[in-house]
Design a protein around this ligand. Sequence first.
Ligand SMILES: NC(=O)c1ccc[n+]([C@@H]2O[C@H](COP(=O)([O-])OP(=O)(O)OC[C@H]3O[C@@H](n4cnc5c(N)ncnc54)[C@H](O)[C@@H]3O)[C@@H](O)[C@H]2O)c1
Length: 381
Amino acid sequence: MTQARSIPVSLGARSYEVRVGAGLLAEVGLLTAGKARGRTAFLVSDSNLPPSTVALALDSLAKAGFAVHTRSIRAVEAEKSLDTAARLLTDIASCRLDRLDPIIALGGGIVGDVAGFVAAIYRRGVPVIQCPTTLLSMVDASVGGKTGVNLATGTELRKNLVGAFHQPALVIADIATLGSLPEREFRAGLAECVKHGVIAGSAGDLLAWTERSIPGILGRDPGTLIELVERNVHLKAGIVAADEREDDAKDQRALLNLGHTFGHAIETLPGLSPDADPRHAPLHHGEAVALGLVAAAQCAEHLGLGEPGSADRLVGILGRIGLPVRVSGLPGSAEVLGAMRHDKKVLGGRLRLVLPTSEGVRIVEDPPEESVRAGLDAIRA
Ligand SMILES: NC(=O)c1ccc[n+]([C@@H]2O[C@H](COP(=O)([O-])OP(=O)(O)OC[C@H]3O[C@@H](n4cnc5c(N)ncnc54)[C@H](O)[C@@H]3O)[C@@H](O)[C@H]2O)c1
């Protein structure tokens, strides 16, 4: 087995470690026993996981002496809901979990967010062990303690509107679970890795390393994947440690929204697809983030803040990964700008963009519309 790595997330009394390795699910029982004193465990899994992946975790928990209960949920945004959370809470209460008993989340960001939220509110907080099974959740969603569900208001599904900060007791990222992850989901997760590389900027060589490692990453070489997850978790852990709760005064965690104001607006537009084939619509979140990164870089260049050529460099990297860098059917800029003004990061109707500048990634308040339009024009096919 390739050597497992451990990355600390330093948050005082809420500190924890992120374990990254190949084959770690077989150790989930012992690792959980080291972090939670209870003897009953409740595992929430993703219904799309191969049964063998779930069995590995269940066996390991049973061997470590836990009485194990389990439920699976469907990883679709409509099921990331208060109804699903309520059903899980009822099941958990029926299994008589007490305050010390752990909830284990085995799945992508949807399972992690719902199970984490349930762990945050059941008995006002029980330990949660995050076991991410998508690349996105390994490098992003499972680390940092944001949990929550979507809320349907009328016809609108408002993402992550209800939630709580609840740091996990431990994160176990077993890259062997990525073996069954569909290619499109895998590539979508890489958009967040490129985003992290841009945020790291000249302070590290994350972007250059990612660029160099594209063949090994896409070939899913275990050693390269472990290093990819380790490097990205390290970047995210540093930001979370500096700004645990997305504090306006600290404005650190907000930097993780790079590309997301453009991305969220594009993601909500119906009918867009990564390759102009309507059968592949809608865009996945990571695909919209890839487009958002290019738009943000071009917007920064237009403002005279970005390093000349930075947008082209991103187009090169994202294109080699197989992520979209242009999209056909994008509506007029006025419509997209309208959608951007609806983004939750907008304060008082004024746009607030996270942009890559030559001095690092920073927040730009109320950028001129023509620069935002220049960003959007860069991604029109
Ligand atoms: N809490 C946070 O900080 C945070 C950060 C980013 C995103 N998120 C949330 O994460 C969610 C997206 O997460 P995601 O991209 O991991 O997607 P996901 O959880 O929707 O999973 C994507 C798809 O892959 C399937 N899947 C997952 N693991 C698999 C595996 N190993 N093999 C086969 N299929 C597998 C799922 O069933 C689903 O169909 C969104 O709801 C988003 O809001 C949360």
